[in-house]
Design a protein around this ligand. Structure first.
Ligand SMILES: Nc1ncnc2c1ncn2[C@@H]1O[C@H](COP(=O)(O)OP(=O)(O)OP(=O)(O)O)[C@@H](O)[C@H]1O
Length: 247
């Protein structure tokens, strides 16, 4: 490893730093000069009205889309424009609003396929640990297509966890799930953050945001319009305008 790479992986760099990124789709500015960084073990909520650019920001960070401007750094390493698989191997992994499972494969094979993507070592052990943490051992031999919507969300989250990432991006992972499953997801996030994993969470469930996020970043029309803890954000006039619309 070069001295530059060693330095880049040292603790002086945040696990994820998004620096002045922008993304346009034709005439639409989906993300407009957004900067955001997250520390080791931090849970950052990304909130904002529909169409404010949250999912696009995740795609830029995880490699699904290339920014038109700005940089994405993982532990100081510039990964801007890298393909998703290469960014995933560097330590960032995301879920999608609609789970992207292999529906004709079992839960076991869905998890194993994700576990071996980056590294074959201890893949089964990582899978077993994930099954237990997300309480889905009893459906391990079921096809993904046989699961409830909530269980599919758990497996989608599981496919992220088995990769042992340093940064996890969760896109509305609890939307529409049963309260028991929501609690399993909340407990898993708390458990993983204590091991130093950093989370960015897109969430419309304000109870969950309040419970789990140390810091919130509010987006509106592609821009960050407010940042702070839940109480600060709840009383911020820019946030109220973003959600209620401008007069
Ligand atoms: N692939 C695309 N092509 C064209 N426009 C896009 C594309 N992806 C997103 N957009 C547009 O970019 C803007 C931001 O969308 P994005 O999905 O990032 O918002 P969001 O905050 O995640 O919304 P939601 O909460 O509804 O998921 C919207 O105007 C959307 O229509």
């Amino acid at each position: 490893m070069s001295s530059a790479s060693r330095k880049a992986e040292s603790p002086e760099y945040p696990p994820l730093a998004i620096e002045s990124v922008s993304k346009h789709f034709g005439g639409i500015t989906a993300v407009d000069d957004v900067s955001l960084s997250a520390d080791v073990g931090e849970v950052v909520g990304v909130i904002g009205p529909n169409g404010s650019g949250k999912s696009t920001l995740f795609s830029l960070a995880a490699g699904g889309q290339k920014p038109d401007a700005g940089k994405i750094r993982l532990q100081g390493i510039d990964v801007t424009g890298w393909p998703t698989w290469k960014i995933a191997r560097t330590g960032i992994s995301r879920t999608f609003q609609i789970p992207s499972l292999f529906l004709n494969m079992t839960v076991r094979d869905n998890l194993l396929a994700a576990a071996v993507e980056g590294d074959w070592k201890r893949a089964r052990e990582r899978m077993e640990r994930t099954l237990e943490m997300l309480e889905i051992s009893h459906v391990v031999d079921n096809l993904a297509s046989e699961l409830s919507g909530g269980q599919q969300k758990l497996v989608e989250f599981g496919r992220v966890c088995v990769r042992d990432p340093k940064v996890i991006l969760l896109d509305e992972v609890t939307a529409g799930v049963h309260p028991n499953i929501r609690q399993i997801i909340l407990d898993a996030i708390q458990r993983l953050r204590k091991t130093g994993i950093t989370f960015l969470i897109i969430e419309h469930d304000m109870e969950m945001v309040k419970e789990i996020c140390e810091r919130l970043v509010v987006m509106d029309q592609g821009k960050v319009v407010a940042e702070g803890d839940f109480e600060t954000i709840a009383s911020d006039s820019n946030v109220q305008q973003a959600y209620l619309g401008r007069t």
